[in-house]
Design a protein. Structure first.
Length: 260
């Protein structure tokens, strides 16, 4: 994902986050800020100024773009030099406090114990490739360097969120993973569904996005052709997995899910 017009990566992500936030600005400002204050919280503050009429979405984008450039000018360059939408989403949704529980299990003798852990809100596909986003969420693993104290066998680390996340972004470019319309979390016996709210596509050195409303409407956004507007693009229930995987000559790289 190199050689990208940087602002289109921002635009594609921000349009999805804005439509999630705009459903209930007060609640989602709190949700965004709880993930992190520096970037997602700042984005919510900017969105509030858009509602007040004191800033435009372009102003909000440019301010955060400048802040990220100051953080790391190599990863987040200005102008039209290369950038990664994956790195952008990772930084925007970075969370450094413990929010997960890891069960570390010996693959040989079954010895197991739990520890507090940190699990980001941006998850990247890795081997084995998940069959669907729903199955992926139900089987999150992280590599473990631990050795079993009982039999010296290898340990496997299964990780789950301590609380159901309000929002999660899955990165799985060039995988055959089926994009679920909803993903289910079960935490402490609580079952919560997160709905597909957006997809970011990449192709021909450009990012575009689709936005999915809670009512199931699909909207398409392209910063070059649709500018600051979205155009209606049918109903989610009418879209096959292949329809979601591709938009014209572009392919899915990220899928965004959130609670109602």
């Amino acid at each position: 994902m190199d050689g990208i017009n940087y602002s289109c990566a921002y635009d594609s992500l921000f349009v999805i986050l804005y439509h999630i936030w705009n459903i209930d600005p007060s609640r989602w400002t709190t949700n965004f800020t709880e993930i992190n204050q520096d970037y997602l919280g700042a984005l919510a503050a900017g969105f509030n100024k858009v509602l007040e009429g004191t800033l435009t979405l372009e102003n909000v984008r440019d301010e955060l773009r400048h802040d990220l450039h100051n953080l790391d000018p190599i990863k987040f360059p200005m102008g039209k030099t290369g950038a990664s939408v994956g790195q952008l989403t990772f930084e925007m949704l970075k969370h450094e406090e413990n929010n997960a529980v890891a069960e570390i299990i010996c693959s040989d003798c079954g010895n197991a114990y739990e520890v507090d852990d940190t699990l980001g809100y941006v998850l990247h596909a890795s081997d084995p490739i998940p069959a669907s986003t729903s199955k992926w969420i139900g089987s999150i693993q992280k590599p473990s360097t631990e050795i079993c104290g009982g039999c010296s066998g290898e340990m496997i680390e299964h990780v789950s969120y301590a609380e159901v996340p309000k929002i999660i972004i899955l990165e799985y470019p060039y995988c055959n993973t089926e994009t679920s319309h909803k993903v289910k979390f079960v935490v402490n016996g609580e079952e919560v569904l997160l709905s597909l709210r957006g997809i970011i596509y990449h192709g021909d050195n450009h990012f575009t996005s689709r936005v999915f409303s809670y009512e199931g409407k699909v909207w398409f956004h392209n910063g070059i052709t649709t500018k600051n507007k979205c155009i209606e693009d049918g109903q989610l229930d009418d879209k096959s997995n292949n329809d979601l995987r591709y938009y014209q000559d572009q392919e899915l790289v990220l899928a965004v899910y959130s609670q109602l």
